[in-house]
Write a protein that binds this ligand. Sequence first.
Ligand code: LIP
Length: 288
Amino acid sequence: MSEPDLAALVELAERVARQAGELVRTRPDTVDVASTKSSPTDIVTAMDTASEALLRKAIHHERPDDGILGEEGGQAKGVSGLTWVVDPIDGTVNYLYGIPAYAISVAVVTGDPLDPSGHQVLAGCVHNPLSGETWTATSGGGAFLDGRPIRVNRNVPLDRALVATGFGYDAGRRRHAAEVVAKVLPRVRDIRRIGSAALDLSALACGRLDAYYERGLGAWDLAAGGLIAREAGALVGGLAGRPPGPELVVAAGPGLYEDLQELLGPLRPDRDGEATEVSEVSEDGAHD
Ligand code: LIP
């Protein structure tokens, strides 16, 4: 796709993300849970649904032949070969509690958006409706925060790395994730659990974090933020050379990425806790 086409796609992504952000900013003093999904804590609010409806209507108004995959409304296939992948509020629990850390995430991909190795992200936008900060990127075109070029931190040693992660909603997965983070925490500067993958990946892209890993992300959590981080110079992958996806996402600048992969490998954060014993990885990384 030519650069002008990519420019038109990222302009639309940013425009509709900002439109949804104006709606999400009108957060009432009391927010109720409208429904739940994978667990009682995996919640949907009326604003999630309203924001996604706005995104779907605005995108299809301009690009009616494209498909749309949204966290709340599922997939509507198109005929153009492009699919818009949207998270109407990434950080829904933060939105529910009024914690100012949530974002609208909009990306457009070719291929199967649900196949981690079967699609390419062409353009993406992550918009923080409270701060107004807006991250954008196009494939091969670099990453930007409010129009200014951004880069990941480089040459960060593992023991000086500020690492973000998340834990998902399933109790068994959270138990294993806790075992993994207990092994990671002594080996790095510190951990941050912000509660929005899109904001985690965007923070990585502009140097506010050094690394990120998490198991259990939906395509909508990852699509825009993953492109923004990659275009800012991060390596973004799964474990052991696999593509990033629901199994696991690991993202960091070169050097730290490999060090984090080496630390995480024996801990198997790409699996749930039912079968995998978290191996004893001593301070020097050797297996006990
Ligand atoms: C959230 C992710 C976050 C994860 C949360 C939740 P949602 O997405 O962005 O990284 O740790 O558990 O999945 O559900 O707010 O769109």
